[in-house]
Every structure is written in C-alpha cells, then in structure tokens.
Write a protein of this length. Structure first.
Length: 232
C-alpha cells in the first residue's frame, strides 16, 4: 500500500515544509497538495531540513475530487464526526483498518484541511472514512504540521516504497473498483428505500477487510448476472 498525505489549500508555507520533514522522518515520501504552490516557497524549504526532495516531488491536484479519483481509499481528518456518520476513527483504530486491507488498497490518501477552517462539509462527504485526534482539553485543533507528524508516526510502516510493495491486486479485488461497481449496480436494483441502503453500504464499504472485498466482488458478479437474465 502506498499512503499519501494530502494538504488541502494550506495557508502557511512553513507548515508545508514542516509536514514534509515529518513525513521524511517517519519513512513516507508522498506529499500531495490541493490548489497550492506553497511547497515552492523558500519558507517551506527552510523548515523542510533534509526533506527538500519531498517538496520537489509533491503532486498537485486542482481539488479534492481529483484526489478521490486517484486513490482506492480516501480518509479525511475532522475534529469530530460529521453528517451523522459513524465511521470516525482515532489514529490507532485507523491504522488497524488500513492494515486489514492488504492488496485490496493500492493507494490510500490521508487528507488534512486548511489551518483556519479545516475541510468543508462537501470535501468530508467525498471521504470514505473520517479520523481525528482525541484531545485531553477543549482546544479547537492542533497545528497542521503537528497533526501530520502524529499521523505519520502512527501509520509508520504501513506504506512501502514502490519497489518493495507486494504485487497489487487485480481490479476485480480492489476496494476502489468495488465502489465504482456498486455505484453502477445499486441503482439497477430498484429496491425500496434505496437511498438509505446505498448510504448504509457506502459507509461500511471502507471497513471491509481484503477477504471481504473479494467476497463482495463475487456477490456483485452474481447479482449482475441475475439482473442481466431478468432483463432478457
């Protein structure tokens, strides 16, 4: 699994540099930025301190939707659960969820919001899972670079260099492909309360283990064949 750390429209170049340094010290190399060029600023490189290569190789995306289309699993950071969702995980629980994915997830992305207002509701709605850092006091939030450091420490060892990764799963057993398959299949079923069913399925989909993903792919195949026979 490749794990990317995504900064959405960061405001302070020093935070970008400090985030790059945090990733480097924990063995990560994928820094992605949304709608930002702060990684090119001298201030970012001042704080990078030996991790300039991460800034130089940062990937840039126009919006979070473009990131969504580039990964199998998208995880957003939020101080608390949103949209009445039950899939909010502390960092340790998030690591366990990621570790269970095996080769069903080739690329995952952990998303951090803006320093002043975090991620919007629309951006959080794009995420498969939400995560946050429980705090002992009622303080609004951690500094962006501090948050990246805590997650990088917790997730250390999950992400491997490309040449060291296990053979990625074929599309038919990948989590991202399963999401796309269900987005096509569910509207075809015309089930009562379909909206609630779809919401229930997609909230639980990111929690599946590698074995579960393969099973649901097989189940989808059986349903697709049944639907095709019914139409004929």
């Amino acid at each position: 699994m490749q794990l990317a750390f995504v900064l959405v429209e960061p405001k302070v170049p020093e935070n970008v540099g400090a985030a790059a340094r945090a990733l480097c010290t924990m063995g990560f190399g994928e820094l992605w930025l949304v709608n930002s060029d702060l990684h090119t600023r001298p201030e970012a490189h001042w704080l990078a301190h030996g991790s300039d290569h991460i800034l130089d190789n940062a990937r840039i995306f126009p919006d979070l939707a473009a990131v969504r289309n580039s990964v199998d699993l998208l995880m957003g950071t939020s101080a608390k659960p949103r949209h009445q969702r039950q899939d909010w995980h502390a960092p340790a629980a998030l690591r366990q969820a990621l570790a269970s994915k095996g080769t069903s997830v080739a690329t995952a992305a952990l998303v951090f919001g803006r320093e002043d207002r975090g991620l919007s509701n629309e951006e959080l709605a794009l995420c498969d899972l939400l995560t946050g850092i429980p705090m002992k006091v009622a303080y609004p939030s951690l500094n962006l670079a501090q948050s990246v450091m805590l997650y990088a420490w917790e997730m250390s060892g999950l992400s491997l260099p490309a040449q060291a990764q296990a053979e990625p799963a074929h599309n038919e057993v990948r989590l991202g492909a399963l999401r796309q398959r269900l987005e096509t299949l569910l509207p075809m079923l015309e089930a009562p309360a379909q909206g609630k069913l779809s919401q229930w399925i997609f909230q639980r989909l990111p929690l599946l283990t590698e074995r579960d993903v393969g099973f649901v792919h097989t189940l989808c195949g059986n349903i697709e064949r049944a639907v095709s026979r019914h139409k004929r």
